[in-house]
Design a protein around this ligand. Structure first.
Ligand SMILES: NC(=O)c1ccc[n+]([C@@H]2O[C@H](COP(=O)([O-])OP(=O)(O)OC[C@H]3O[C@@H](n4cnc5c(N)ncnc54)[C@H](OP(=O)(O)O)[C@@H]3O)[C@@H](O)[C@H]2O)c1
Length: 361
């Protein structure tokens, strides 16, 4: 199989660095273009990133010498050189919307990590194990954009990538009706490290702008369905969320409370988690975890530092399932926010799009 050529727009940032490191040795995709702001354009990737490299793994050798392009000024050239792009820019929301649509209109598909298009009704927002069928809305989006090949597909917010997978296999069978969730989110979710955000050492900040709304509303789009030319959101369950920033480098934890119309037993819940497998597993996509949900019996697991990298940071860890006095059950979940929750989730979505022929020419 010939590898597809791919560009990373916003490749110098924290999420962009993850994309670059995941793509450096990807079996299906070849990283050929890195783009960022005009500040970085013309420099080699190594020069442009400089001391900002934030990953625990070294910068890939193959990326160091790539000359960074301007995501805006070199758009037509980039769109002509690659088969699709990943988007991880940090700009104003309406600028990101316009930039991603411009790439799509140049017939260059966009797989985006950004929130800008998550609520565009004909843009699929996909967690590949949960709602791969939402890609069927792409022809309607292409019609609106007037494109043959170009489109935008997005991944959902990092905060929900642990608890939505855990709730999904229980939802329909047991009538999931009410969720309360508190998230404990790592500082890399703000594009920061302890060096760049020393105020977070020995501290918790009980506010992350916009995050509670995303945590409550995005699951309803994921659990919606394609209705003609748009995604119709699910009406239930009702979700309430509080999101806190905690002093962890990577890994978002969630404490979850859930109630059902038909209360399952603990054994039934654990059995659904153990058996949960989606299209990425059936298609054996390169970034798919073999086992999506891992349940820990130990009362003090999962732990952020010990368990966030499970299956390359693409699996979800769950533990502490027990009855609750106000909801039916409570439990905790963990996922890696810049792997499953950001770049890894984006790469897995691109693998699904590729396997299903959406990038075909
Ligand atoms: N961090 C996470 O865990 C996470 C998770 C989910 C979603 N997100 C979202 O992903 C996006 C990127 O986040 P991040 O943490 O990686 O941000 P970041 O580290 O600040 O990186 C921002 C990137 O955008 C580029 N950029 C900024 N202004 C630009 C412009 N005018 N034109 C073109 N490129 C421009 C930067 O290029 P220069 O280097 O040239 O300035 C850099 O490559 C954000 O929208 C964020 O909300 C982040």
């Amino acid at each position: 199989m010939n590898k597809l050529k791919v560009g990373v727009i916003g490749g110098t940032g924290m999420v962009g660095q993850r994309f670059v490191s995941l793509l450096a040795e990807h079996p299906w995709f070849e990283l050929t273009v890195i783009a960022a702001s005009a500040r970085s354009a013309g420099k080699t990737y190594e020069q442009a990133v400089g001391s900002r490299w934030a990953l625990e793994v070294p910068m890939p050798e193959m990326a160091k010498g790539i000359v960074v392009k301007s995501a805006v000024d070199d758009m037509a050239e980039i769109a002509g050189q690659v088969d699709f792009v990943f988007s991880a820019v940090d700009m104003k929301k309406d600028e990101i919307k316009a930039l991603e649509e411009a790439y799509a209109k140049l017939e260059c598909p966009v797989v985006s990590n950004n929130s800008a298009h998550r609520w565009t009704p004909d843009v699929p927002m996909v967690v590949p194990e949960i709602n791969p069928e939402h890609l069927e809305v792409i022809p309607a989006q292409r019609k609106r954009l007037g494109t043959k090949r170009g489109f935008i597909a997005v991944k959902s917010n990092c905060s929900l990538q642990s608890y939505v997978p855990a709730l999904h296999p229980l939802k329909d069978e047991f009538g999931l009706n009410k969720i309360l969730v508190c998230t404990y989110q790592a500082i890399s979710g703000a594009g920061k490290t302890f060096e760049t955000w020393p105020e977070m050492v020995d501290n918790i900040i009980p506010y992350i702008g916009g995050e509670e709304e995303k945590s409550e509303q995005e699951p309803l789009k994921l659990w919606g369905h394609v209705d003609g030319d748009h995604i119709a959101n699910a009406e239930a369950p009702s979700i309430t969320a509080q999101c806190l920033r905690v002093p962890a480098s990577n890994g978002h934890m969630a404490a979850v409370f859930a109630s059902f119309d038909k209360k399952p037993t603990e054994e039934e819940i654990k059995a659904r988690w153990a058996a949960f497998s989606g299209k990425p597993q059936a298609l054996d996509l390169p970034s798919a975890p073999k086992q999506f949900i891992h349940y820990f019996q130990e009362p003090d697991r999962p732990q952020t530092k010990l368990d966030r990298n499970l299956e390359g940071g693409m699996a979800v860890s769950v533990g502490r399932l027990r009855p609750d006095t106000q909801y039916d059950y409570k439990f905790v979940c963990l996922s890696h926010n810049t792997l499953r929750g950001a770049a890894g989730g984006g790469v897995l979505l691109a693998e699904l799009l590729c396997a299903e022929g959406w990038f075909d020419r």
